[in-house]
Design a protein around this ligand. Sequence first.
Ligand code: GLU
Length: 279
Amino acid sequence: MSHVTRFAPSPTGYLHLGHAFAALTAWRRARDSGGRFLLRLEDIDAGRCRPEFSEAVLEDLAWLGIDWDGPVRVQSAHRQEYRAVLDRLASRALLYPCFCTRAEIAREVAAAAGAPQGPDGPRYPGTCRTVSAGARAARCASGVPYALRLDMARALAVAPAGLMVSEEGEAPVSCDPRPFGDVVLGRKDMPASYHVCVIHDDARQGVTLVTRGSDLKPATHLHRLLQALLDLPAPNYHHYPLIADNLGNRLAKRNDAVTLRSLRSAGTTPSDIRARFGL
Ligand code: GLU
């Protein structure tokens, strides 16, 4: 079976060894199966992404010997599409505006003593879910910034029954996105959250196999629900353990993990990197 895979970095820093593994994994799966390998720049968070990092992604991939099919999809060029996705969910009353600040949510969670923990942090206690339609409209009109949250209970009530999540090499499991609670899908500071953009883009780009780190495995349940609500096809998934440094710490841009640029200037070659991963 030929796979359509993708590498979808957020250009918030230079690519490091973890990204090299992610890109090589997706690229090999596509090339070995005679499929297509796509590139997407997840630069929707304008506050954290920088154009020079986007350029560096292309250069570093080319240095690694990775080629991609078709044009690069750049999320910041598709803001209207993400807006339209949110509008579709809103038209079915699956979203509600949330006016809470982070500090207010932290206080509410503390007051609720033991609010359940979701994959992205403590589960939102639902404060704004019960604000009356009139009060909502007035607050939105007054220009107070707000996020858009999924009404999880409603979403589950209207979603088709029996949704399954498929991880390659594992038996399908039933989709259970409830740990996310009323997750934020529309953000105050950017057009839509990662969860909305990723399922829209994977469908738009015709991705059939999503390969990514196991930190995102729980999110697959939320993604499956959103795909069902939006009539999008569900790709197959392959999550791999995150690459750790020599001390066993997860590699991340923020902890100065070894970037491909610094490895390169220290004399590391692309074949050294491929050999390290057996790719
Ligand atoms: N932009 C995301 C990241 O860099 C990609 C997540 C995904 O592959 O779905 O972690």
